[in-house]
Design a protein around this ligand. Sequence first.
Ligand code: ADP
Ligand code: MG
Length: 519
Amino acid sequence: MKFNELGLSDDLLKAVTTAGYEEATPIQAETIPMVLDGQDVIGQAQTGTGKTAAFALPILEKIDKSNQNVQALVVSPTRELAIQTQEEIYKLGRNERANVQVVYGGADIRRQIKALKNHPQVVVGTPGRLLDHIRRHTLKLDHVQMLVLDEADEMLNMGFLDDIEDIIKQLPEERQTMLFSATMPPEIKRVGVQFMKDPKHVKIKAKELTTDLIDQFYVRSRDFEKFDVMTRFFDVQSPDLTIVFTRTKRRVDEISSGLQARGYNAAGIHGDLTQKRRTQIMNQFRHGQLDILVATDVAARGIDIDDVTHVYNYDIPQDPDSYVHRVGRTGRAGKHGVSMTFVTPNEMDYLREIEKLTKVRMLPLKPPSDEEALVSQLGAAKDTVVDLINKTDTEKFAKVAESLLAEYDAEDLVAALLNDVTKDNSSQVPVKITPERPLPRRGGKRHGNGGGYHRGGNGGGNNHRGGGNFRHRQDRRGGSDSRNHDSRNHGGNGSRHSNGNGGRRSDGGSHGFTIRKKD
Ligand code: ADP
Ligand code: MG
């Protein structure tokens, strides 16, 4: 649907065009008119479907820019998400000069207090830090007319429900409430019933979310073979911008150093890295200075990059939903993508489970042979040589070139050059990845808490020994000090998908954002 059919002002339509959005996504098309109409809305749609703009646009339409009170409050689970959301709202509201501020834990509170004194009309924040400001009376919410609970399932997972209730108590009864979430566990519906007035529930069905822009493959492989098989695939498929997902942080470290040892331009992110370091790595990846990003599910939630060409599931996720999250990193914005999932023989049931959800059969691929890998490496080497020729000022080297040609065969010279630029040599570096216990067999009674609700976790369950992310979440849930929530959260976890913009590659022209149906 076109944006101009939704009842938005010209200023906003201009901002939407500047952002490069051509068509409204389904969740936007359905919820924007409802929010403009003043209704309470529960919006459920997959990660990456533009839920931010779905509430940002009508909020920007409705706030009174000449009024200096906080009129809209957006509650966000993590620092990263809060920042991205603020950026997106700011970007869309720039023409109207809307003042949008963000507050989150783990950052200097005085600066935020100052920012809040600037009379923002929209405030985005994480629960703990919002409560902090409320208690310090540095954030006044008595004029809030619109409340957004964003990424509600994530907030629930992180144990923020009490904090959210405390925040809601500070808001006027007379207000509009919106709740956005990728999934809708019963607890969240309860929030809807408790804090919303006759909410309209908009659900964009999961099957519409599987994009047919992604070729999905699987490779049967034993755990200890995966690394070599994967690098061979790298050589054959020559992926451009790639994310490798693994189940544990230890694997992130081992795989990223293994890849570096073999000459790949790779780095890993997980919750144990400082925020600063993660941001640094993300920016490098975004700007193409890094080819391969290795990540856990949790750390990858902040990733929002349109040009990812390949997703490799080094470990198959336990939870089919996380498969959709992972693979949804590619095939975005109308571009084609490839996903490769490694499955150990025991884990085939998990693969079928995923296929049931996505309604797409993954095609089996055989690991490339050594010869195939070499052929591809040589092909890549040839490209490199062509590049070199193009950027070489021949005249400068003519003399030495002539003397070499007088002494050697042209073929030998070129072969030597190829040998030098081929990755082949370094691919011999042996890399050993510490074995992880495979997923428990499906069927019958399995993994203690695995049947429970743990989306967005690490693919979950109690069986990944090194998987500190999971432990992290458990901790957090237990914590009662809300400030702690925020700061831990910022130290220990990525945010989920989404974006805002900022460093997103903006490459004009690629903004289809079609969410095509399978049939
Ligand atoms: P969600 O909250 O549903 O996970 P986001 O709001 O973070 O998704 O949006 C995901 C990405 O899609 C962002 O980069 C955003 O800028 C972009 N986007 C949002 N709406 C559109 C649209 N209508 N057309 C193209 N891109 C869009
Ligand atoms: Mg979102």
